[in-house]
Design a protein. Structure first.
Length: 203
């Protein structure tokens, strides 16, 4: 039997009135002395602590936030892989597939590119794409770790998410009005993560 009015599970164990042996559930006779079990046999409650899984349930908003974090991390991973593949393609001679006239016109449209020869420009561009690709891969891996932390109720994941939201709000102020929507989203996330039931889930 479970007492639902407390934060712990309470199991009621019956004992034989004659010899004190613990009685199986719904037993008619004592397995030790054979005495009949009457309905009035007293029950002694034995409390069992509730496990964290029983005590905490994941809020719906956290589930949604975690899913969005996972999708963002996956898209970031795809972007990083795409840039690495593109840089590898260029490094393997992909620049030669672009007509020279189009390359010349493109270089003329880039003011700083005129200070480099075409070979240096191609090498720098390839290295730049590879560098951005590696950065995106690292960001994606960190994002997957954050996704796991938010889903599992890790306190550090909530704290980092709040810090990122605050940084987003502060940096977005300098880009108003274009960043108004992102600022509002960060404010909502920050407010939600400070609610008592959310704090309780991450304790």
């Amino acid at each position: 039997m479970v007492d639902k009015c407390h934060s712990t599970l309470v199991y009621y164990m019956s004992y034989c009135e004659k010899c004190g042996t613990v009685l199986p559930t719904e037993s008619a006779f004592c397995p030790s002395c054979g005495a009949s079990v009457t309905p009035s046999t007293p029950s002694i409650p034995v409390k069992s602590p509730v496990t964290p899984q029983q005590r905490r349930s994941r809020p719906g908003g956290i589930t949604l936030l975690t899913i969005l974090q996972g999708i963002t991390s996956f898209l970031t991973l795809l972007g990083g892989v795409a840039l690495l593949l593109l840089s590898a393609f260029f490094a393997a001679g992909g620049w030669d597939l672009i007509p020279e006239e189009e390359l010349a016109d493109a270089l003329q449209q880039i003011p700083w590119a005129s200070t480099f020869t075409s070979v240096q420009f191609f090498a720098l561009t390839t290295a730049f794409l590879a560098g951005i690709g590696f950065v995106l891969l690292i960001v994606a891996i960190l994002g997957f770790i954050m996704t796991w932390g938010l889903w599992s109720g890790k306190g550090w994941a909530r704290l980092i998410t709040m810090i990122v939201a605050v940084i987003g709000i502060l940096t977005g102020i300098f880009n108003l009005p274009g960043s108004l929507i992102s600022i509002l989203i960060d404010i909502v996330i920050l407010y939600y993560l400070t609610r008592p039931h959310i704090k309780a889930y991450y304790q």
